[in-house]
Design a protein around this ligand. Structure first.
Ligand SMILES: [Zn+2]
Length: 303
């Protein structure tokens, strides 16, 4: 049976799968343009056919990954709220200290941005790993991770919005949506407790290239100049890794990074991985980036 799929926007060529594991791009002769729409012809047989903009990391595998991390002896889990469709918003905290030195990592405000999720998972895997560096880091810092801010959007295959039809990463001022509201409240509650200090906030996304959206160098953060040092360390460690830093992106938009910087005073960073960046490369870079972050924060004199 033939299906015709018409969809607006030209950014992504659909990927197809019969098993949800192996994905192949739609053949170039199987689609055409009609104005600003892409029209794809799909042949559907007795086998299930999965059609996604990007191979998904859906609720099940991400949930299983969170389940495994939550079982680590130094992990704590908390449900910080729920989505519009009553899915739990899960927060995992990793640390072997009562020090209120925090690093916050969040992800998947935008459902199809799965390379961001691949990066987040790899950074967390490194922070919770067995290396001497990771163990030392966990004795000094608590890493608080909210890997899935928009579970309804992931389940329903939304491009950028919550079930309320709002882009959650443009809602970090009015907080009309329960998901960014609960996420920000959970983070602010920890970060504003007496004695607490926040050293870093990173929100993981995907776009056309690998890029860090950051503050400008003259915009003061605590720790001072951390972003410049961290990105410099990543560049030194991976001289062939092509990425950009953009300190002027969406500066007046109510994004999470802007909220983090203005509310917590720490570097507020959006880390975007390219949609097409090789997944194994993302894991390698993310793991190295996590190590460089841990080294820098452990050397931080104000720690
Ligand atoms: Zn995004």
């Amino acid at each position: 049976m033939k299906f015709q799929l018409t969809y607006p926007g030209l950014t992504a060529l659909p990927k197809l799968s019969h098993d949800g594991v192996k994905w192949t791009p739609l053949r170039s002769n199987a689609w055409s343009l009609a104005g600003s729409n892409r029209v794809a012809q799909l042949e559907v047989g007795p086998q299930p056919l999965w059609v996604f903009a990007h191979e998904p990391v859906g609720l099940k595998p991400l949930g299983e990954w969170m389940d495994a991390k939550a079982k680590l002896p130094f992990a704590k889990e908390k449900t910080i709220g729920e989505s519009i469709e009553k899915r739990p918003l899960r927060q995992l905290t990793f640390g072997e200290t009562t020090n209120a030195n925090f690093v916050f990592l969040i992800g998947r405000q935008h459902p199809p941005e799965i390379t961001g999720t691949v990066g987040l998972m790899s950074i967390v895997d490194t922070i919770v790993g067995d290396s001497a560096l990771a163990k030392k880091f966990r004795r000094q810092f608590q890493t608080v991770v909210i890997p899935l801010v928009n579970p309804d959007g992931v389940e329903h295959g939304h491009w950028r919005s919550t079930l309320g039809g709002i882009d959650p990463n443009r809602d970090w001022e009015k907080f009309t949506q329960p998901e960014p509201r609960a996420t920000s409240e959970a983070i602010a509650t920890l970060a504003k407790a007496p004695g607490a200090r926040t050293f870093l906030f990173v929100d993981f996304h995907s776009t056309g290239e690998d890029v860090f959206y950051t503050q400008k160098d003259d915009e003061l953060t605590f720790p001072k100049d951390f972003t410049t040092h961290w990105l410099g360390a990543i560049r030194t460690r991976f001289p062939d890794y092509k990425f950009k830093r953009d300190a002027g992106h969406n500066v007046n938009q109510p994004t999470s990074k802007h909220w983090a910087w203005t509310t917590l005073g720490c570097p507020g960073i959006t880390y975007e991985f390219g949609y097409g960046t090789d997944r194994a490369l993302i894991r390698k870079i993310s793991s190295g980036a996590a190590e460089e972050m841990m080294k820098l924060l452990l050397a931080e004199p104000s720690r």
